[in-house]
Design a protein. Structure first.
Length: 258
């Protein structure tokens, strides 16, 4: 398994053996390649990917991850073949109908981030139902990013601030990083500590651009349907071995740990 390192996330820095990441984000990639390698349709690959989702949610909750954000459908994925997009929407709706009660029974809160306006009325209805059913759960927060893009998220935040400034609700000179962050999706969540991408690709593909400013990046050649709880353990263990500097020197890090 391969991985790549970048500067770390929020406070405090994690030395070897440090805490489990509070917020893990995963770019679930490789369903189609997994299916093609087995002579199956792409849709079968997405169905297999759902099994991986179940396994990873279970293990993340067991490991004490506070927030798990899964990149299910990007704002760019609408460019895929129409039949595949239609199948993905059907799978999304089925998952909302069948999986939410299991999440609720296990104390997991579900939120969906992204532009919901492009989804069918039925999908939007079940998203609202799922969020309402699980909103008081506290074991883990599962976030599904659907029709989401980091550019969209930041642009929406800028638009909201501009609208407030236009009516005198905020002084433009007073807009700060916190002002922007407060308008973003996941404003109330800890920044991403660890971002995992499967299938060997090494890019973040417009995912949580603001929230991953200091995330550790971990890339694995495993295709998403092959990623399971044990694979998540390896990613978390790799994260725990990294020294996270947050712009500081080694000497400063050592002094903090003294």
């Amino acid at each position: 398994m391969t991985s790549a390192q970048t500067p770390g996330s929020q406070v405090p820095p994690n030395a070897p053996g440090g805490d489990v990441p509070r917020h893990v984000a995963i770019i679930m990639d490789g369903n189609n390649r997994w299916a093609r390698a087995r002579g199956l349709s792409g849709v079968r690959g997405h169905h297999a990917g759902v099994e991986a989702v179940r396994a990873v949610i279970r293990r993340a909750a067991e490991r004490g991850v506070e927030t798990l954000t899964l990149f299910a459908f990007s704002s760019e994925n609408w460019r895929r073949p129409e039949a595949e997009v239609r199948a993905l929407m059907e799978l999304f709706l089925i998952a909302l109908k069948r999986e939410v009660k299991k999440l609720h029974a296990n104390g997991i809160r579900l939120s969906v981030i992204g532009d919901r306006s492009a989804f069918s009325a039925s999908i939007q209805k079940y998203i609202v139902r799922a969020e309402e059913m699980t909103r008081d759960n506290s074991r883990m927060h599962l976030v599904v990013a659907a029709n989401y893009g980091g550019h969209w998220d930041i642009t929406r935040a800028a638009r909201r601030l501009a609208e407030r400034a236009a009516v005198g609700g905020i002084d433009p000179a007073a807009i700060s990083e916190k002002s922007v962050q407060d308008e973003l999706c996941l404003a109330q969540e800890a920044p991403v500590d660890l971002c995992i991408r499967t299938s060997g690709e090494q890019r973040i593909s417009n995912f949580l651009l603001w929230q991953m400013a200091y995330a550790e990046l971990y890339f694995t050649p495993l295709l998403w349907p092959d990623f399971d709880g044990a694979a998540l353990d390896l990613a978390i263990d790799d994260f725990r071995r990294r020294q996270r500097r947050f712009g500081m020197t080694d000497e400063q890090i050592e002094a903090q740990g003294a």
